[in-house]
Design a protein around this ligand. Structure first.
Ligand SMILES: NC(=O)c1ccc[n+]([C@@H]2O[C@H](COP(=O)([O-])OP(=O)(O)OC[C@H]3O[C@@H](n4cnc5c(N)ncnc54)[C@H](OP(=O)(O)O)[C@@H]3O)[C@@H](O)[C@H]2O)c1
Length: 254
């Protein structure tokens, strides 16, 4: 398949690495110059081309720009009715994308994360996209959503990655203070947490794991109680996304 990427930054690099070696011909736009050059040198399938060529010579165009840049750049590009467009951009609703990419109409939004480079990345998508499925479905978990609001809620939830990693690093730092071995501390914490996270969790798996860590007076239960206020902070932080993500407030507040 002929694939084009507009905006060659962090997420394009991860997606291209995840697609390499599968026989696709991949065009990436020239900015960021350093990332584009690295990808072209590293991945045999990749060629750097101007934005116009990326669109004109691709069956599928991935939009990996910042949304404000997309508003400036996309209207001048030669989109076609017969091509598919997949946006990964935050703050770029479907209605706006339909305007910016006309006459293309096969447009979907998904939420890749950097681990897509190696596979195992959850990919919520709206509307369902056979093209996304065929490109990434073998190595990743495609999660079609019933509405754009449901997709946007996943965007909000995806912001959990950063505070969780921040907490893990705090624990790594604490452990290393006592062991004097930061590398081993990081290896331990990462492997320990990974062990609790099934790749394809069924409903209830996480609650079951938590229940097993709830011995009264145990270290786990004690630390969880000490950190209980963080649950409210998390809920408040997620609720604060409502207006930006176009989500209705389940409590009916405006
Ligand atoms: N990173 C993630 O984990 C992640 C996950 C999901 C969704 N997203 C979304 O993906 C989009 C890109 O994120 P990112 O993290 O990859 O950002 P990024 O690393 O800043 O990449 C954006 C790229 O767009 C390039 N660019 C700027 N103006 C351009 C133009 N006129 N034509 C072509 N390219 C241009 C930038 O080049 P210069 O450096 O030269 O300005 C940069 O390489 C955002 O909308 C973000 O919300 C990111």
């Amino acid at each position: 398949m002929r694939l084009g990427f507009l905006g060659t930054g962090e997420i394009t690099a991860a997606m291209v690495r995840g697609l390499q070696g599968q026989g696709h011909r991949i065009l990436v736009s020239p900015r960021n110059a350093a990332v584009a050059a690295t990808l072209a040198a590293e991945v045999a399938d990749v060629t750097v081309a101007p934005n116009e060529d990326v669109v004109a010579r691709s069956d599928v165009v991935f939009l990996c720009l910042l949304a404000r840049v997309a508003e400036e750049v996309l209207p001048g590009l030669p989109f076609r009715a017969d091509q598919s467009v997949i946006s990964v951009m935050v703050d770029a609703p479907l209605a706006k994308l339909r305007q910016l990419c006309a006459p293309a109409t096969d447009i979907a939004i998904t939420i890749p994360l950097p681990p897509i480079a190696v596979g195992g990345c959850p990919l919520p998508v709206y509307p369902a996209s056979p093209v996304l499925d065929s490109l990434f479905g073998v190595r990743n978990l495609i999660l079609p959503q019933p509405s754009e609001a449901a997709l946007n809620a996943h965007l909000g939830a995806s912001a959990l990655c950063s505070p969780i990693l921040d907490q893990l690093l705090t624990a790594v730092d604490w452990l290393a203070t006592h062991t004097g071995n930061p590398a081993a501390a990081e290896a331990y914490i990462a492997a320990m947490i990974r062990g609790y996270l099934p790749e394809r969790a069924q409903q209830g798996d996480l609650a079951t794991a938590l229940k097993k860590l709830s011995t009264e007076g145990g270290l786990n239960a004690t630390l969880r109680a000490a950190m209980a206020p963080a649950k409210d902070s998390l809920r408040q932080g997620l609720d604060a996304f409502h207006s930006r993500l176009g989500l209705s407030d389940p409590k009916g507040r405006t």
